[in-house]
Design a protein around this ligand. Structure first.
Ligand code: AVI
Length: 327
């Protein structure tokens, strides 16, 4: 590819132009995660309303030894979208109890998150060797190493990250992973569950619209990110944070709703000419989907990517599911 084209490609500008010039305005959720957005997400995971992270951690804390020993030593762990891998330590510690050394292969787009994972895990869990891979597992093929012929791979896709993708994208991600696995290997998938007897719609909505306004700040930060990166002139305070439950698609949606008629400019750059985007009062930018699953939709997603579910672990209130599936 000529150098000129390499310079010209700015994925943030391309994504912003594509989403904001559409009839129904959207922005892709990966634009949340600049430095401030990543910090705000860490704060979200600690909020009283956001039950997902602590519930999944409790499930892993209870069942990690059983999950790891169901594959049988020796195993290696690989993780999609590992981030700083704070929950993974529970599984690595369980693996390090049944074998002398454990190879951990985190895959993430963020080199800084991977550095933190390497540093913390190698410091805290003796016997763990971390081999990070900077890759976008959504668009690029991934590579998982099998250290010996008899080693089984336990692939992790936890944190309900799969929920942020459409069913077709989710299938693509799992197929990309499945291509690296062989019979005897397994996937551990963390999914948030749809409202039910122990989870009201109101509790689910509160998880995405907390009283302290951290999620609102996280949502509006996508505009601050565009202002910094592209020179757009969004006034984030001129947009309401909206979190709504879409029962037809079984997903939480986050939107930014324009408080008044307003126009925003995307300056000219190598991705395109200057553009003025007009917003009506009440018009929204759809920024995120977070799909919520049932046992049936978890099983059918796994089946479409050639995985066979063997066991689902829940918290006592059935708010969240961690499913073990074999390749
Ligand atoms: C990263 N992901 C699983 C979070 C979720 O729950 O969909 C992102 C998030 N959005 C709002 N709060 C948290």
């Amino acid at each position: 590819m000529p150098t000129q084209e390499l310079i010209a490609s700015n994925p943030v500008s391309e994504a912003a132009r594509e989403g904001l010039l559409a009839a129904r305005k959207t922005l892709p959720p990966w634009l949340f995660y600049d430095e401030r957005g990543s910090r705000l997400f860490e704060q979200i995971t600690l909020l009283p309303e956001y039950y997902l992270t602590r519930t999944e951690r409790a499930i892993l804390a209870t069942h990690a030894p059983e999950i790891v020993s169901s594959l049988g030593a020796p195993i290696t762990l690989a993780e999609l979208g590992a981030g700083t891998a704070t929950k993974t330590g529970l599984l690595l510690a369980a693996a390090a109890r049944i074998q002398p050394t454990v190879l951990y292969q985190p895959i993430d787009v963020s080199p800084s998150a991977l550095d933190e994972a390497v540093h913390n895990l190698q410091r805290d869990i003796p016997g763990v060797n971390v081999r990070p891979q900077v890759a976008n597992y959504i668009t690029e093929p991934i590579r998982i190493t099998r250290p010996t012929k008899h080693t089984r791979i336990l692939a992790l896709y936890i944190g309900s990250s799969i929920g942020n993708f459409s069913p077709a994208e989710a299938r693509g991600i799992l197929l990309n992973l499945r291509a690296q696995l062989a019979p005897g290997d397994a996937l551990l998938l963390g999914t948030d569950l749809a409202p039910g007897p122990n989870k009201s719609e109101a509790a689910l909505i509160a998880a995405y619209d907390d009283a302290q306004g951290v999620t609102a700040a996280f949502n509006r930060n996508i505009l601050t990110h565009l202002n910094r990166e592209l020179g757009t002139n969004f006034i984030p305070g001129c947009f309401h944070h909206r979190a709504l439950w879409n029962p037809t698609e079984s997903r939480m949606e986050m939107h930014l709703e324009s408080k008044r008629p307003q126009s925003v400019t995307i300056p000219a750059d190598p991705s395109g000419p200057a553009q003025t985007i007009h917003f009506e009062r009440g018009e929204t930018i759809h920024t995120e989907n977070s799909h919520k699953f049932t046992p049936a939709t978890i099983a059918s997603l796994l089946a479409t990517a050639n995985f066979t579910p063997t066991h689902t672990y829940h918290d006592p209130n059935h708010l969240f599911a961690v499913t073990l599936a074999t390749a």
